[in-house]
Every structure is written in C-alpha cells, then in structure tokens.
Design a protein around this ligand. Structure first.
Ligand SMILES: [Zn+2]
Length: 271
C-alpha cells in the first residue's frame, strides 16, 4: 500500500518527538514523506538570534530530516508568532494538497506551547478542508480527506491523549538520537542551558554530548510513552514483545477527518 505522509509542526525538535521513528520506518518501506516546520526557530536560544539563528536552525532541520530520510521545509514564521490566521490556514491547505497527503500528522490543539497549539489547529483544520474545491481554489483539491493523526502528548486538559496506535521504535532509537542531535543548537545550547549544565555540556566531546542528550532527553521521553501505553503495546504485539518494548511512539486518530478501517491501519502500520 503506497501513501504520502506529511508531518506538520511548529519547531524542529517536534519532528523527532512527534513521530520521527514512525516516519523513518515508513521511509524504509519507500513511502513518500515530508516534514513541514512552520516556525523558523529564531527565538529558542540564549546565545544567538535573528536571521543568523533562523538559517542555522533551518540547516539543522534539513539535517534532522535527512537522517530520518524525510525531506524538510521550513516556513518563514517567527518563533512565538505562529498564530491561527486565515492566511496560514490556506498555506497549510496548499501544502497538504501539493504534497498529496494521505496521512497528516500534527500536534493536538491543546499543547502548552502556543506555536505548537496553533500549528496543530491549523494543520487539523486544513486537513478537513483539503477536499473543498472552491476554497484555495487555484490549488486543486484532494479527492479524499487525509487521515489525521495526532502525535503523543501528556496534556491532561481538556481531554487526555488517547493512544489509538502504538509503535515500537526500539529498532530506530539510534536514528532518533542522531536526528535529535542534528538540532545541535537546540540540544547543546537551549536544552543544556535550560537544564542548567551549559558549561559542563560545552566541555564535552561529540560522543559525550550525544550520550548526555540521549540519556537525559531522548531515551526517557520514548521510554515514558512505552510505559504509559504498556497495555496498548501488549494488545498490539502480544505479552512477550509488548512487555519487552523499551521505546515507543503513539498516535491518536482524529475523528474530524477520514477514519481508517482496521485493514487500512494494519497496512499503514505493519510494524
Ligand atoms: Zn514545539
């Protein structure tokens, strides 16, 4: 079964934490994939700013995508300024149509970060409107509404995340670490300062830095998803494999868009 899967999110690291492992697995099956990063990344640093930082972050985003095997595009929207506007929603509709998306993955509209929240709302609404021929009418409408999947989050209100799909990412965890480390200025700049260990991290060599980021940020994140959704993993993989899964990703299926059949789901997630 061939399909095109598009991940739309606000920031570079959302592509690592928001389904990078599953996208890597799809790439290995030769599915067509794309990462669309709405914000340009020009705020999240204590040491750099402006156009210079934005261009660096764009390069890091491309590198991250290359490691996962997915081409990336970054939009010219300032960090902290992703807003729900008609203009941006129309741009999302164009993006979904031009890519011919069968599957759109994005953030739930309840995220704590406003960029992520609005990116999710925009992508989700654009998904429902992708088939309307007389809206954004110069870009041909899709024939079929895409399947809309939300990436995992731990936001409890107003509705907690529901893991309709779980995926073991044990086999691609090293690739996820490499993709995360590609966002060098975020990992060893922002995250290090945020975790109060910038000097310590700066003094490390490359492999020590990678190991620090993997053990403090990446492994715990994907381990937590596996542990929180252990029952779903057991249901999917059986007790032996389900209990053995160390790192996982999870997705919720939006009921606002096309609902996949069980058969379709099994073909989209054959891993
Ligand atoms: Zn984000």
């Amino acid at each position: 079964m061939s399909f095109n899967a598009l991940l739309i999110a606000a920031h570079g690291d959302d592509f690592v934490f928001g389904g990078g492992g599953t996208f890597s697995k799809w790439n290995k099956l030769s599915r067509k994939t794309k990462f669309t990063c709405m914000a340009v990344g020009d705020v999240g640093s204590f040491t750099a700013s402006g156009g210079e930082l934005a261009r660096l972050r764009k390069d890091e985003m491309i590198k991250c995508g290359d490691i996962i095997g997915t081409p990336s595009e970054v939009w010219n929207v300032h960090d902290c300024e992703v807003m729900y506007t008609l203009e941006l929603r129309m741009k999302c509709i164009e993006e979904i149509r031009n890519f011919g998306a069968d599957i759109v993955v994005t953030t739930r509209g309840y995220d704590y970060n406003p960029d992520c929240r609005f990116a999710g709302q925009l992508a989700a609404d654009a998904c429902t409107m992708a088939i309307l021929p007389n809206h954004v009418m110069l870009t041909p409408a899709l024939k079929k509404t895409p399947i809309l999947l939300f990436k995992w989050d731990n936001v409890p209100h107003p509705v907690p995340f529901k893991a309709d799909i779980v995926v073991s990412v044990d086999d691609v965890i090293d690739q996820l670490v490499d993709a995360a480390v590609a966002h060098e200025s975020m990992a060893f700049g922002w995250a290090a300062i945020f975790n109060d260990c910038y000097d310590e991290v700066s003094a490390m060599n490359e492999s020590e830095k990678r190991n620090w980021y993997a053990t403090t940020q990446i492994y715990p994140y994907f381990e937590n998803i596996a542990n929180v959704h252990r029952n779903e993993l057991i249901e999917k993989y059986g007790p032996v494999k389900g209990n053995a899964v160390k790192y996982a990703e999870a997705f919720e299926i939006s009921k606002a868009c096309r609902m996949p059949t069980e058969d379709e789901l099994a073909k989209i997630f054959p891993f």
